[in-house]
Design a binder for this molecule. Structure first.
Ligand code: SF4
Length: 344
């Protein structure tokens, strides 16, 4: 039988592990230190644990680190990694995006996704399973460049707030002093607006929030994103309005520009109306066409005009640079569908 995995356990869980194994309580802190701060890949390398403790631990647990099994490099420096997961024959993709003064990792939170957004390759793959916190942390910890990382975004495969318990655990491990000790201001969780998950995330973490908006109009959003039928964006915005983000925490909105669909001055006007009173930023994203989709991306001129109009109306708006297009690592293009097909 497969052993339990240490990676992805919080300090509280590790404490329970060592107590169950009749090891001293302080061993939990030592294990966390090795797992989340150092470059070891085996329990044998946890040298400040007694030989007895390492043996008992090895008899019962695996460390849970799994190296990437495929790496692709884009002409623009973006890299895409393929990782195995806790589920047999299920894989995820992770995008590493280096820039001048920052290096961002775009992590996955599920294998596939059940949300069915019309414009997304991951959505087209369907849902294959929830990642464990260990699978999420492994994308960081097994990344060849993990010491260079400055930012992490939960914008890879899956809807993070459809996997709240494991995502929240992974956020604790990324930010806690006993583990990776990253500033929550360097981590952004992106959601299409799953209200119950947003409540937990906002109350129990300090990381930034990004909401995929894509249109201010109800009917249009229903066509693009079925979630609108369950959690209408007006309710999402009501919740955001009522939450105190403080001075440092940020909410941003993601807006993919579709030609002739959501890129008109009427959309700008309505966006200003529905976002009134919310201190936020808007990220415009170029649409990267996916197979068998009638959707097209807006042209550059329209995107620029849209940005200028929003800025003039007081909504700080930027256009996100498309990265890793040639290796299908750009926004909305991550998918392990081919691997799913091969396994079935
Ligand atoms: Fe899922 Fe996000 Fe793709 Fe929608 S955009 S289908 S929520 S991965």
């Amino acid at each position: 039988m497969a052993k339990e995995i240490l990676l992805g356990k919080t300090l509280e869980e590790l404490t329970q592990v060592v107590l169950d194994l009749k090891l001293p309580k302080f061993t939990a802190k030592q294990i966390a230190d090795w797992l989340y701060k150092k470059d070891i890949t085996s329990i044998d390398e946890m040298l400040n644990l007694s030989l007895k403790a390492r043996t008992i631990l090895k008899d019962n647990f695996d460390i849970g680190l799994t190296a990437t099994i495929k790496e692709q490099c884009s002409v623009d420096g973006t890299k895409k990694y393929l990782y195995p997961t806790n589920m047999p024959n299920q894989f995820i993709e992770t995008a590493y995006i280096p820039d001048d003064d920052r290096a961002t990792l775009c992590v996955s939170s599920q294998v596939g996704c059940k949300m069915g957004c019309l414009f997304c390759m991951t959505g087209k793959q369907g849902f294959q399973g929830q990642l464990k916190a260990g699978d999420i942390i492994n994308q960081v910890r097994s990344l060849p460049e993990w010491h260079q990382l400055t930012n992490i975004v939960y914008m890879g495969m899956g809807e993070p707030l459809d996997n709240v318990p494991e995502v929240m655990k992974s956020l604790e491990i990324l930010t806690a002093d006993y583990a990776m000790a990253m500033s929550p201001r360097r981590i952004t969780v992106s959601t299409i607006g799953i209200i119950p998950g947003m409540k937990t995330f906002l109350n129990e973490s300090e990381c930034h929030l990004a909401v995929s908006l894509h249109t201010p109009f109800d009917d249009e959003r229903k066509k693009l994103m079925p979630v609108q039928n369950v959690y209408p964006v007006k309710d999402v915005l009501k919740m955001i309005r009522e939450f105190d983000f403080g001075r440092q925490r940020r909410v941003s909105f993601e807006y993919i520009m579709f030609k002739g669909i959501n890129d008109t001055p009427a959309h700008v006007k309505e966006l200003c109306k529905i976002l009134d009173g919310i201190k936020c930023r808007m990220n415009l994203i170029r649409f990267h066409p996916i197979p068998n989709s009638p959707l097209l991306g807006s042209d550059e001129e329209t995107i620029e005009e849209f940005k200028d109009l929003l800025n003039k109306k007081g909504i700080t708006t930027t256009i996100r640079r498309s990265r890793g297009l040639d290796i299908f690592a750009a926004c909305g293009l991550l998918s392990t569908k081919e691997l799913v097909k091969q396994q079935s």
